[in-house]
Design a protein around this ligand. Structure first.
Ligand code: ADP
Length: 396
């Protein structure tokens, strides 16, 4: 069975065609600059040459037309016609409390995604454009929505309610929802397989550390807490996002810097985090380099990040009454051994001990010392595969 996985942004559309029985990527690609000058499709199918198409694409529907063309092209494609796409899985940001799992898309689901635009004003409309484009180009193919928030719906009330008046929750839906759910779900399901254990018997802390970063406490396969909140702005300090701050800072800085609410939101999302602290870059490769060269602000930015991750590891071990495994994933978690080490440095007292040599490697691997009570692993995330698996389960 072939599953087409779609991740639509406001002006981009990423896709992968996955053969599910072998979990094999048959083709993948990216359409950029949809609706703006310089639209471009880059497509690669297994065993074929890379295809690049530079043509105006005024909307996601036109972009999808090009994607389907590329997938079925004799020279660059991998399937002979559209009927070989058995189902489509869409990444969708926010489902609030409406869905705790992936769902087959129907009118009700579309209405729910629209209702959640207030919580995901940039992503949900873009995700909908992707869904509508696929529905227009593949009207008979079943489609599934896979939500970034769904995996975290198992959190108990004590973890998801804020200390606001109760009607902020009941009237306005203000609560912790959490994000990167598809990634946390993938790595927390993958690790038990690698350990040869049942997920029900494990307490895992998953650390998705990338441009956006979040941690989750996963007890017995279920998320019991996570660092992001109503939106992906909360939690640890990120590339450009501030993470957790004293809420009183918001009105204070709005007054001091003469910002309206949109400008303030833009500031906290795009100009803060390690970029704002260092004044150099949001990318940890740049910060590592600057720090080695003696830049003190780059050094403190890295320290703040690692300290934040470490504090949450401690908090989640406390929340679960212990921890069996810590998993690192995403751009930093998969590639930056020095940062991984810094995030668990000093946690030997709770049985967390890194193997320095193993931690120099990359890929899916154990990185804890043989005598570490807690397993530490690096597990490259695969959100596309997780979306394909969920889609298959609902459409088989
Ligand atoms: P996003 O959240 O945008 O998907 P990523 O998961 O790609 O972001 O994470 C981006 C971060 O990962 C950057 O700070 C970068 O320094 C780091 N990173 C990505 N690839 C590598 C690599 N090959 N080596 C070291 N660091 C990397």
């Amino acid at each position: 069975m072939n599953i087409l996985v779609i991740n639509a942004g406001s002006s981009s559309l990423k896709y992968q065609l996955i053969e599910i029985s072998k979990e094999e990527v048959l083709a993948k690609g990216l359409v950029e600059r949809i609706g703006i000058e310089g639209s471009m499709l880059t497509h690669t199918a297994k065993g074929k040459e890379k295809l690049e198409i530079k043509e105006p694409m005024k909307d996601h529907k036109e972009a999808m037309g090009h994607v389907l063309h590329a997938l079925t092209d004799k020279q660059f494609g991998i399937i002979s016609d559209m009927s070989e796409i058995n189902a489509v899985g869409h990444r969708v940001l926010h489902a609030a409390e409406k869905f705790s799992d992936s769902v087959i898309i129907n009118d009700e689901v579309i209405a729910a995604i629209k209702e959640c635009i207030k919580f995901g004003p940039l992503h949900n409309p873009a995700n909908l454009m992707g869904i509508e484009a696929c529905m227009a180009t593949m009207p008979d193919t079943p489609m599934v929505a896979v939500f970034d928030t769904a995996f975290h719906q198992t959190m108990p009330k004590k973890a998801y309610l804020y200390g606001l008046s109760y009607d902020a929750y009941t009237e306005h839906g203000i609560r912790r929802y959490g994000f990167h759910g598809t990634s946390h779900k993938y790595v927390s399901q993958r690790l038990p397989k690698l350990l040869g254990k049942d997920k029900k018997d494990l307490k895992i802390i998953t650390c998705h550390l990338g441009n956006g970063s979040s941690l989750a406490a996963v007890d017995g396969g279920k998320c019991v807490d996570t660092t992001m909140g109503l939106t992906p702005l909360a939690g640890v300090v990120m590339g450009t996002r501030c993470g957790d701050i004293d809420p009183a800072i918001v009105p204070h800085l709005m007054k001091e810097m003469n910002l309206n609410s949109e400008q303030m939101s833009d500031y906290m999302n795009k100009k803060c985090g390690v970029l704002g602290i260092s004044g150099i870059s949001s990318d940890f490769r740049d910060l590592d380099k600057a720090s080695v060269e003696g830049n003190q602000r780059a050094k403190i930015a890295i320290e703040i990040f690692c300290y934040g991750v470490k504090k949450y590891i401690g908090a989640y071990a406390a929340a679960m009454g212990g921890v069996d495994a810590i998993v690192f994933t995403a751009g930093i978690g998969e590639n930056n051994g020095a940062l991984r080490a810094a995030c668990v440095e000093g946690l030997e007292y709770m049985g967390v001990k890194m193997d320095e040599e193993l931690n120099k490697n990359r890929g899916e691997m154990r990185i804890s010392a043989a005598d570490s009570k807690v397993e530490i692993w690096c597990v490259p995330t695969n959100e596309e595969l997780m979306i394909a698996i969920d889609t298959f389960e609902l459409c088989k």
